[in-house]
Design a protein around this ligand. Structure first.
Ligand SMILES: [Zn+2]
Length: 120
């Protein structure tokens, strides 16, 4: 089942096939994600398709420049990112998925991005 993901202003729209629905929901405490504050769910690399707004998506990279964090250049919303912990996977902004209320996700587990596995 494909999910529709939109940024706030609607400039960017993705079609997303999740790895395991919302069961993969995670927060992360690394210096970037902690500030962003988003809940991410997993999708395979071929599970994210840009429906519109590829010219509006902006890429942010930092540190080892492994992860690729994408966001809308108009409204600033985080849409998805290619993971550093598993570059064969995207993290997707759960709250930007159509019909998902992040308050319904309950107590979302934290990934320990401060002690990232790629740093050990
Ligand atoms: Zn936007």
């Amino acid at each position: 089942m494909s999910h529709r993901l939109t940024c706030h202003c609607g400039a960017v729209e993705l079609a997303v096939d999740l790895t395991d629905g919302l069961n993969t929901a995670r927060r992360c405490n690394c210096s970037f994600c902690a500030r962003r504050g988003a809940i991410a769910v997993s999708a395979p690399l071929n599970g994210v398709r840009i429906v519109k707004g590829s010219d509006k998506l902006t890429l942010y990279q930092w540190g080892t420049n492994t992860a690729k964090h994408y966001f809308c250049s108009v409204c600033g919303n985080y849409t998805h990112h290619q993971r550093r912990s598993n570059p064969n996977e995207f993290g997707v902004n759960a709250a930007a998925l159509e019909g998902v209320n992040p308050a319904d996700l309950g107590d979302v587990p934290w990934a320990d991005g401060i002690n990232h596995p790629a740093d050990r």
